[in-house]
Design a protein around this ligand. Structure first.
Ligand code: COA
Length: 330
């Protein structure tokens, strides 16, 4: 019995924020942003949309495409770094309620941008052990709520959006999640961090005045570790499974920066045609980035049942993860 990615869905808010829009609020330029990041525009949620609203819309699509009833879903997991509420309830509980899924286990995963691939690893274990049969995974982010729009080094990078998938059971290895490698190293935690509004720097006026509630990043250092780690991660998972980049139908990297994607792609000789690029239109949507990219490929007709995807992601923590996943959807 194997775990299979049966369907994919995504949702992006309507509002587009272009690089030109940033020229009006920080000292930057359209050219600088595009050259250094590959980002042209990103989506921004409305004030009354929370992360769970975006996630619920993506979830509805994935459920409908999987062709299952909501009451067949026996586990809901949400990966996010921008939960609706800091402590409770979990965003997974809120998404379950909005979608109409009742009486099943629901919880959040905190692994920053690696969250979706971390969830695949959890879902694979639940399915292969026989404990669950239909698992809803949602990567959803309203990162605009955590961004300091006076910090030009971070605000230009992020966007809002959500992606979702149904992981079900299959007996056919040609539709299975083959392998997931997931890892972390907390010694880099300060390089990419939202310091405030947790137990260390509670949501007090002094901490908020110091802007500790916003994302802080040592961009250049993160960049270097990201390229090194993402490349090694891919080499390792291919080697462990005895396959080469030629066997991969679709390379789906985390969409943080086009230069990071290109560095990894060139080192591993993946052709452009086999790589998914969405960073230009959505920016970095953290835990939503990988499922949104898979959905993009699916809707463009680039993903068929049985195709072998290579997923590769990196994020705050630091966390990182790669996955070899055969698409099990129609
Ligand atoms: N517009 C114009 N100039 C900017 C700028 C902006 N939006 N942001 C930073 N700069 C400036 C810096 O202040 C610096 O100026 P200085 O030389 O006068 O000090 C200069 O550009 C170079 O900064 P640096 O940080 O070295 O640039 P970079 O080439 O590393 O690009 C990032 C910056 C953030 C785009 C890049 O480091 C990056 O993408 N890092 C990884 C981000 C990431 O993937 N994070 C999430 C991981 S999941």
């Amino acid at each position: 019995m194997y775990a299979s990615l049966k369907s994919i869905g995504s949702y992006v808010p309507e509002k587009i924020m272009t690089n030109k829009d940033f020229e009006k609020i920080v000292d930057t330029s359209d050219e600088w942003i595009e050259q250094r990041t590959g980002i042209k525009e990103r989506r921004i949620a409305t004030a009354d949309q929370a992360t769970s609203d975006l996630g619920a819309k993506a979830a509805e699509k994935a459920i409908q495409r999987a062709g299952i009833n909501k009451d067949e879903i026996d586990l809901v997991i949400c990966a996010t770094l921008s939960p609706d509420h800091l402590c409770m309830p979990s965003t997974a509980c809120l998404i379950s309620d909005k979608v109409g899924i009742r009486n099943c286990m629901a919880f959040d995963v905190a692994a920053a941008c690696s969250g979706f691939v971390y969830m695949l690893s959890i879902a694979k274990a639940f399915i292969e052990s026989g404990a669950k049969k239909n698992i809803l995974l949602v990567g959803a982010e309203k990162i605009s709520s955590l961004v300091d729009y006076t910090d030009r080094g971070t605000c230009i990078l992020f966007g809002d959006g959500a992606g979702a998938a149904i992981i079900g059971v299959t007996e056919d290895k040609n539709e299975a999640i083959i392998d997931i490698h997931a890892s972390a190293d907390g010694k880099y935690s300060d390089l990419l961090i939202t310091p405030g509004c947790g137990s260390k720097y509670p949501c007090r006026a002094d901490n908020v005045d110091d802007k500790l509630q916003y994302i802080k990043m040592a961009g250049n250092e993160v960049f270097k570790v990201a390229v090194r780690t993402l490349t090694k991660d891919v080499v390792d998972i291919l080697k462990t499974n005895g396959i080469t980049s030629d066997d991969i139908d679709l390379f789906v990297p985390h969409q943080a920066n086009l230069r990071i994607i290109e560095a990894v792609r060139n080192k591993l000789n993946f052709p452009k045609e086999k790589t998914v690029f969405t960073v230009g239109k959505y920016g970095n949507t953290s835990a939503a980035s990988i499922p949104m990219a898979i959905n993009d490929a699916y809707e463009a007709g680039r993903l068929k049942k049985g195709d072998l995807m290579l997923l590769d992601t990196f994020g705050g923590g630091f966390t990182w993860a790669s996955g070899l996943v055969r698409f099990g959807g129609d």
